[in-house]
Write a protein that binds this ligand. Structure first.
Ligand code: NAI
Length: 385
């Protein structure tokens, strides 16, 4: 078993440490904030104890996993690692500084991975003299529970490093997908309309939060409606991701953030964690009642779904990932009830094109432009699968 280094002991780093230790590796976990590290170790112990209570693992295994994780007081303890996974604050300059320090500490062949959600892997790799061993490894929160990991080779990353990293993470019982080093990778790009189009429908006054959530959950089969999900993620975090993706795409109107979410974030209405978001989570707070009108529900689902399908098709069009990986990413990373491209086949590609063209013709906004991939497929009568 190899030695795995993890940097940053926040929600992601401690989860990744748990995953690697559960796979049998010796793990060294480092954080500049030693209090945070101590807290993370205590939390890990609690999580493992809970797994024992639930009968998922036995007591001996829980102790073994915990004992495999060594809290480190210095970055130098990363020495001897086969792979180091960085999960520190989302700041390019700080990440670059850590990577250039790591290069001096770790052996020449150590894989240097970043769990960044929104930064360019190429920019982080550029901090290293040997950038071909730097790779993106994007876990989902909570890392021990979410099966998906996006593997993102930078343009500098060697094929051998990509292959070895993917093989390693596959051996940790994770589902890996390969994504191009582009903003949002697969999931955080393709999922944008789930939030954005729902917010737009609300802003136009077509339906309220509860009705949109009801439609997406009960008619379309998503595990949570978009507003419930945004309240769960936190409107501050979700808004920042949207704004980052929007800027990273050179302000492509398709990714334009919404004032509704911005105001919720500015008001401190983050969602569950602050007790108030789109909904009121305070004790005695009343949940609004959805308008369960089937025609309205179908109209909401169709509009959000066709925008999601368009985004997935465009990601394929621009070679962000394979069709299989795009569908797998959305079902395993964010629990979509079906892969979006398989869903498009089921609906009919021509129907999707017509739906998008109807929206475009009504609004004349670039946001609703149909991906050339869908248009070409409809013309030739092809399907994704
Ligand atoms: P967090 O804020 O919970 O934890 C970050 C930890 O890094 C803190 O304990 C902090 O003390 C430590 N840290 C900061 N600078 C450091 C340095 N120079 N050296 C060592 N440790 C340092 O953050 P979180 O949520 O765990 O995110 C970490 C990374 O993972 C970010 O890049 C984020 O974008 C990414 N990510 C976050 C997800 C999420 O849902 N929270 C999902 C997937 C990726």
């Amino acid at each position: 078993m190899i030695k795995v280094g993890v940097i940053g002991s926040g929600s992601m780093g401690s989860g990744i440490a748990q995953v690697a230790a559960a796979a049998g590796h010796e793990v060294v976990l480092f954080d500049t904030n030693q209090d945070a590290l101590e807290k993370a170790m205590k939390k890990l112990q609690k999580i493992l104890a809970r797994l024992v209570e639930k009968g998922r693992i036995d007591a001996a295994t829980s102790i073994e996993i915990f004992d495999r994780i060594t809290p480190a007081s210095s970055l130098n303890q990363m020495q001897g690692s086969r792979i180091v996974i960085e999960a520190i604050v989302e700041n390019l300059e700080i990440k670059k500084s850590v990577f250039s320090q790591l290069e001096e500490i770790c052996g020449d062949d150590c894989i240097l991975a970043t769990n960044t959600s929104s930064l360019s892997v190429a920019a982080i790799a550029a901090a290293c003299k040997n950038p071909n061993r730097v790779i993106g490894l994007h876990f989902f929160n909570p890392a021990p529970l979410m099966p998906l990991v996006e593997i993102i080779p930078a343009i500098q990353t060697s094929d051998a490093i990509t292959k070895e990293t993917r093989g390693l993470v596959d051996s940790w019982n994770k589902i890996t997908v390969l994504a191009k080093d582009t903003p949002g990778f697969i999931v955080n790009r393709v999922a944008r309309p789930f939030y954005g189009e729902a917010l737009r429908i609300y802003e136009e006054g077509i339906a309220d939060f509860a009705t949109i959530d009801w439609a997406m959950k009960e008619i379309a089969g998503f595990r949570m409606g978009p507003f419930t999900l945004m309240d769960f993620i936190g409107n501050d975090i979700n808004y920042t991701v949207t704004e980052t993706v929007f800027a990273a795409f050179y302000y492509d109107q398709r990714y334009r953030p919404s004032f509704t979410q911005k105001r919720h974030s500015e008001a401190g209405w983050y969602g569950r964690k602050s007790g108030r978001g789109y909904y009121d989570y305070a004790e005695g707070g009343e949940m609004p009642i959805a308008n369960e009108n089937k025609d309205l529900g179908d109209q909401i689902v169709w509009r959000v779904l066709v925008m999601l399908i368009n985004e997935a098709a465009d990601a394929l069009f621009l070679n962000v990932a394979s069709k299989e990986d795009i569908d797998l990413a959305m079902t395993k990373g964010v629990n979509y009830p079906k892969g979006l491209l398989a869903w498009a086949d089921e609906i009919g590609i021509q129907e999707c094109v017509d739906g998008l063209d109807d929206l475009y013709n009504e609004y004349l906004e670039d946001r609703y432009r149909c991906s050339p991939m869908l248009r070409r497929m409809a013309k030739s009568g092809n399907t994704f699968y």
